[in-house]
Write a protein that binds this ligand. Structure first.
Ligand SMILES: [Zn+2]
Length: 334
């Protein structure tokens, strides 16, 4: 699919904003693109840069993707379009100085220049400050695009001078379709799509061996709690805690556990619901018949509560033990 068509499907609101701004000649001098990984921020920045230089654009299609300018920009080979991204852990002052001197030169081939800063939250304070002059006194014809997954980490002095543009997460079914297109089975795609709104993040999970183990562990814990799986408290101690070594890992484990309860919940509400955990479908369907809606709602809330507690300094094994006791108690119909 051509880039423009792809972006129109992926981020229709953002694309409408930019198409309108371009048509009315009201592009701002700086934007802050924010949203999760894999939702098209970089591709949209590329599209926007190309749209300023494309030689074959029409009213309908602002980026042809194949003219000499579109090609050079896509290959990072255009003298007036610059990309800046972290060198190691941060965007360093030397990198910014170099770009600044490029930006201060006369446009090489036009009076238009673009600077795209990926992972802009990784700018050091010095780097950010040295760009500040540019943002405060924008030169006509310079477009600055700041991209981030974490807008709260952009210095307020900078963020306040940029127009924020929110990128949405992909809707569930659309994400599943995309994941299937890159070769992920439908069953896995539905699990990943329940956990993240991002194609990239889902692809990462797919390649992560830990994730598969985590998934197995969450199913085992559920079976231990509500069927004839391992004794939950022992399982927590012997298998769960050694697997989920830190907060981030434990959060994934809890998300996966929550997925099973959510399936039961949705099965109770709709006969035609296809459980995300297709491998456990039969067992979950049985649970949907024998558990009460109130108990399942309570269970989901209990898991979410445990997830929130991860941010406190509570001992993690204690947190899990408390969770298991709550999930086990008072669960079935009285
Ligand atoms: Zn073109």
């Amino acid at each position: 699919m051509e880039l423009q068509a792809e972006l129109e499907e992926l981020q229709p609101v953002v694309m409408n904003l930019f198409k309108r701004s371009k048509r009315e000649n009201r592009l701002s001098h700086g934007y802050l693109f924010h949203g999760p990984n894999g939702v098209g921020k970089k591709r949209l920045a590329l599209w926007l840069a190309q749209s300023l230089f494309c030689l074959e654009q029409t009213d309908e299609v602002q980026v042809c993707s194949h003219c000499v300018n579109c090609t050079r920009i896509a290959n990072d080979n255009h003298p007036d379009v610059h990309w800046l991204e972290p060198d190691g852990a941060s965007i360093k002052i030397d990198q910014v100085r170099e770009i600044r001197s490029e930006l201060m030169k006369q446009g090489m081939e036009s009076n238009q220049k673009v600077l795209i800063i990926d992972e802009a939250d990784k700018m050091t304070v010095q780097s950010a400050n040295s760009l500040l002059k540019f943002i405060e006194e924008p030169e006509a014809g310079t477009l600055l695009l700041f991209l981030t997954t974490n807008p709260a980490k952009i210095l307020p002095t900078i963020a306040s001078r940029l127009q924020p543009v929110a990128f949405r997460e992909l809707p569930f079914e659309q994400l599943v379709k995309k994941l299937e297109q890159v070769g992920i089975s439908q069953q896995k795609a539905r699990i990943f799509a329940s956990l993240t709104g991002s194609v990239q993040e889902a692809e990462r999970l797919n390649e992560d061996e830990f994730f598969q183990e985590a998934r197995n562990a969450s199913v085992k814990l559920y079976e231990g709690l509500h069927h004839d799986g391992p004794e939950p408290l022992i399982f927590i101690q012997e298998t769960w805690m050694p697997l989920f070594k830190d907060k981030a890992a434990l959060a994934v484990g809890l998300d996966l556990l929550l997925l099973l309860y959510r399936d039961v919940f949705h099965l109770m509400l709709g006969e035609n619901y296809e459980p995300i955990s297709a491998g456990q479908a039969e067992l979950l369907k049985r649970d949907a018949l024998r558990f009460s809606l109130q108990a399942i709602t309570q269970d989901m809330e209990t898991v979410l509560e445990a997830k929130r507690k991860l941010d406190s300094n509570m001992n993690q094994q204690l947190l899990m033990e408390e969770l298991v006791l709550k999930l086990k108690g008072g669960h079935l119909f009285a």
